[in-house]
Design a protein around this ligand. Structure first.
Ligand code: KIV
Ligand code: NA
Length: 265
């Protein structure tokens, strides 16, 4: 299989083909996902929750991310692998460059950072030095202690405009992808139309250029909680590989997400 690249993801936006993304943290699941046509694999710091059993992503370290990035890369040699920079691993420019280098050398194609204006210089410095960046706006789980909880973001028009402006600044600084988490449908659409780089949404409505879910959510592995934006694709599927395939197919066809998976407004 020919390797997936940022250029191919960019082309999907231009051609109106949706980008199907999932998180993975190990070789076996990453391999299955790649075989079932998932376009982009995120080694998310959500591993703090689903792998390590923590209540937030704040305790996740760069050492953890490097380890899981290397595992995923071994399982899916041709996949487009994006890795999260964890909490406070990009607090200063020096740390940003050093830690992003570690993720790239562990096998990532791109690093992802949570935040807006304050990241402009980091995004510029990374991309100028050959490290592609995915920005992440909307709900920022690493900032849960500032936000005071996990809530939908950008509901007020002033916040929405601010988010669009930040997205444009990040694109101008060199970001090549943008994850949008937990924002109203209409804002997901407005940001997507305002940018030439692809947007990938989680709880951001059907109009982003792609969709991403945490693997454990889409396999229905947490019996007491399924986020509103997630769907159990294993239910009614023949196995885990079939669930990954169905996710890919439903993202491509637009069947997922349905309105009930998104936040109105
Ligand atoms: O860590 C993660 O899984 C993520 C996705 C929710 C986008 O950042
Ligand atoms: Na993350």
């Amino acid at each position: 299989m020919a390797a997936m690249t940022i250029a191919k993801l960019q082309k999907k936006k231009q051609q109106g083909e949706k980008i199907a993304s999932l998180t993975a943290y190990d070789a076996s699941f990453a391999k299955l996902m790649a075989e079932q046509g998932v376009d982009c694999i995120l080694v998310g710091d959500s591993l703090g929750n689903v792998v390590q059993g923590r209540s937030s992503t704040v305790p996740v370290t760069i050492t953890d991310m490097v380890y899981h990035t290397a595992c995923v890369r071994r399982g899916a040699p041709d996949a487009f692998v994006m890795s999260d920079m964890p909490f406070m691993s990009y607090g200063t420019l020096d740390d940003t460059l050093k830690n992003a280098t570690q993720l790239m050398q562990a096998g990532a194609n791109m690093v992802k950072l949570e935040g807006g204006d304050w990241l402009i210089d980091s995004v510029k410095a990374l991309t100028e030095r050959g490290i592609p960046v995915c920005a992440h706006l909307g709900l920022l789980p690493q900032s849960v202690n500032v936000l005071g909880g996990y809530r939908v973001q950008g509901k007020e028009e002033a916040q929405a405009l601010h988010l669009i402006e930040q997205a444009q600044q990040l694109e101008a600084a060199g970001a090549q992808l943008l994850v949008l988490e937990c924002i109203p449908n209409s804002l997901g659409k407005r940001v997507t139309q305002a940018l030439s780089i692809p947007t990938i949404g989680i709880g951001a409505g059907p109009d982003t250029d792609g969709q991403i879910l945490v693997m454990h959510d889409m396999l229905g592995m947490n019996s007491d909680y399924l986020p509103k934006f997630a769907k159990n694709f294993l239910a009614g599927s023949d196995g885990i590989d079939a669930a990954f395939r169905r996710f890919t197919d439903e993202v491509k066809s637009g069947a997922f997400p349905a309105l009930k998976h998104s936040y109105e407004g």
